[in-house]
Design a protein around this ligand. Structure first.
Ligand code: PAF
Length: 281
């Protein structure tokens, strides 16, 4: 696996594959790869002849006071993990490559509506940064397809809208969330948890499963959401939201609606903010 950090080297490698008629998949990441990321690469590998991964801790998607500085940077391990999965090319750009006028002064994309709620409301500007960097990566790599994880469900929806609305010639694929044996969704941020917090953290997934049970029993959304929030609070979490939404567009379902629902939770445990989701149908 080749690692490149500049645009001409990236384009040259891809041009060679293109001229040989090969298809290209992109797996965008912020590095610190775990088994969840590896499953994205495996899906990419299965669907395209060449796989490009990117590792870029994107400054524009972190708000003030968020974990941009302390976000784990583990390039050597990431390279080994990607090579193991058969990734062909790793793109590791500098900030100046992605944002030639500086991250503060870059062109910024805004995907409206779907970004006004949940993560978008809790982290203002976050999805502008995600949409902008993903569009830039698509322009640089020009992949046939790109793979995203379902754990960041709202991000997946934002990328789908970005692609459709700007007619970007990329097929967006998603891969199921990978979980630890106790149910905790794999995330680079799990390593911020203390041993005690790590033991509590699976309660998020447990609460999502409880939400699904309560939906199946026909309880009202507002009751389920309240019960879920309270359950998390009692265990020492500070929930940002624990809600039931339409998976299609994250709007609020009508009373009695049963199809196409998803439960989404974001909660802080100590200084770590965790998110997870579960289809409820
Ligand atoms: O999910 C992530 O790791 C990031 O948000 C992404 C898609 C790589 C954009 O920086």
């Amino acid at each position: 696996m080749q690692t490149v950090s500049d645009t001409p080297a990236l384009r040259a490698a891809i041009r060679g594959w293109r001229s040989a008629g090969q298809t290209v998949a992109l797996v965008p990441t912020m590095g610190n790869l775990h088994a969840g990321h590896q499953s994205l690469v495996r899906l990419a590998r299965a669907r395209a002849e060449r796989v490009v991964a990117s590792v870029f801790v994107n400054p524009t998607q972190f708000g003030p006071g968020e974990d941009f500085e302390r976000y784990p940077r583990t390039l050597v391990q990431d390279q080994a993990a990607l090579a193991d999965e058969g990734c062909d090319l790793l793109f590791v750009p500098e900030v100046a490559t992605m944002y030639p006028y500086g991250a503060q002064h870059s062109v910024s994309l805004r995907v409206p509506q779907i970004t006004a709620v949940l993560e978008g409301a809790a982290r203002p500007g976050h999805f502008d940064g995600v949409a902008t960097v993903v569009c830039k990566l698509f322009n640089l790599v020009q992949p046939d397809l790109a793979v995203f994880g379902q754990k960041d469900f709202q991000q997946l929806k934002v990328v789908e809208r970005l692609v459709r609305d700007l007619s970007l010639p990329v097929k967006v694929l998603s891969a199921a969330t990978l979980r630890a044996d106790d149910g905790l969704a794999l995330s680079s941020r799990n390593q911020y948890l203390s041993a005690e917090e790590r033991m509590k953290a699976p309660l998020i997934y447990d609460t999502l499963r409880k939400m699904r049970d309560l939906v199946n029993k026909g309880h009202a959304w507002s009751v389920i959401e309240q019960v879920s929030s309270t359950r998390l609070q009692r265990a020492g979490f500070m929930p940002d939201y624990a809600v039931i939404r339409r998976a299609e567009d994250l709007s609020e379902p009508a009373a009695g609606e049963r199809e196409g629902l998803i439960g989404l939770i974001a909660a802080r445990l100590g200084s770590t903010r965790l998110i997870d989701n579960l289809r409820l149908d």
